[in-house]
Design a protein around this ligand. Sequence first.
Ligand SMILES: [Cu+2]
Length: 522
Amino acid sequence: MAVKQFIRVIFLKSLTQGFIAMLALLAVLQSYSSIASAANSSAHIKGAFGPLHNWPIIPIAMILMPDGRVFAYGTNTAGAQDAKMFYAIWDPSLGTDISAFSVLPNTTNTDIFCAGHALIPATGQALILGGDALVNGLRNYANSDVNIFDPTIDTLIRQPQQMAYKRWYATSVTLPNGEHVVLGGRNDRFYAGSATKPATAASYSPIPEVRAIDGSWRSLPTAANDYAYGALGGASWYYPRAWVNPQGKIFILSHYDAAYKLDIANTGTVTKYQTTKPKSGRWELPSVMYAPGQILSLRRNRTAVTVNINSNGDPVVSLAGTPSIERLYGSATVLADGKVWVNGGSSSGNSLTGATLTSELWNPVTKAWSMAANASTYRLYHSASLLLPDGTVITGGGGAPGPIKQLNGEIYYPPYLFKKDGSGQLAFRPEIIDAPTTIVGWDEDFSVESDEVIHRATLLRVGAVTHNIDAEARFFGTVTIKSKIVTLRSPANANIAPPGYYMLFVWNSAGVPSVARIIRIG
Ligand SMILES: [Cu+2]
């Protein structure tokens, strides 16, 4: 199927572009053939990893851009934390050779190490909030800078507006109206002082802020809360786990054992849910929204829970099976079929003791866990996993600091990409011939055409991952449909599906997905 697609591209483009496409085709075929040889009879059940490949930086943060490329940042090209780091752009359609990557210098004067991020729905640009700062020669303070990565010119641009508060390790959530709220992060760090350097006290940024479409900011001082996104509640300032709920408010799942609702109206209101008691968690454990209003969260001691935030009342926590090990610093990724793939991590923290190469799959229907393919290297602190438009997952990074400096990535090929006969061969894929190229509204019909009879369609919001959290990821599935041209109904409203970019997959009778088309909902 990949062949068919790329040949099509070659015919459509100029000779030069055709040559580039031919190289891309060769690269992709090469990586596909190594998958096929590496895969085994269980690949259709457990999936399989492609070969380890080099990355020019450690991808601590990865954002899927609307053009299908990955914008990544984290370290310099030596894999070290650096006040003026580089960022990388990877085009997965060109394969995993180093030539598929561009490395560009960050000239903004902002250290974006461990910033917050999200996509801007109206422009398709990436919004990067805060990050690191060097104070008295010491790292891991914070800044209040705002930067935007513009994929049309591959440039990170410093914005004239600052946030009111400095934020290192903040979370940004895209709102139903296209604005963003930013939560948590460190304001200042503890330092005991020395003969030559003054002491500094730890402080955090418990007042959320909202960024308007025009780039201006307003603070929510009456929503200040140390337990929801500040100093307390199990380091709740550390990348708060937050999503827009179906009522249009912000749901915050504490790292510890509580949950909160933030209403951004006026100067903000935050409420602790009285009956929602998720099991004790940690900031090193991942959570992901795997269905509308449904979150899977890994908690302490090999427990997993689902949190249903669909009702108007308190969200409901339910047990969700038992992961094989505790995966501190592991990642959870919702796949194109709605299952969740969990990989990486260590039972002891950012250490090879207890680190695992295993991965596992969680079934949202049965709530059961099953073992999946084994990676070739460890993914610990500062690693990340991101679903790509071809239905694979890039997992990469780790280090700065860590037991291993991981200037590399691996691609995970989920079970749905393989023939079901146990041959370990990749299945033939349906192709999307036609899909919307203009903005699709909410609760609106749109059609998609495939070269095969479509049995299912799924829609996944493009991800933005870092530090075991992807506040953007969302999954939508359809009921059985059997036609080459089908009419689909877009999600009901902007609370369920915030404006932005979504991967549309169609599935054939063999349960194999197409490469996604990225459509815009807004
Ligand atoms: Cu970090």
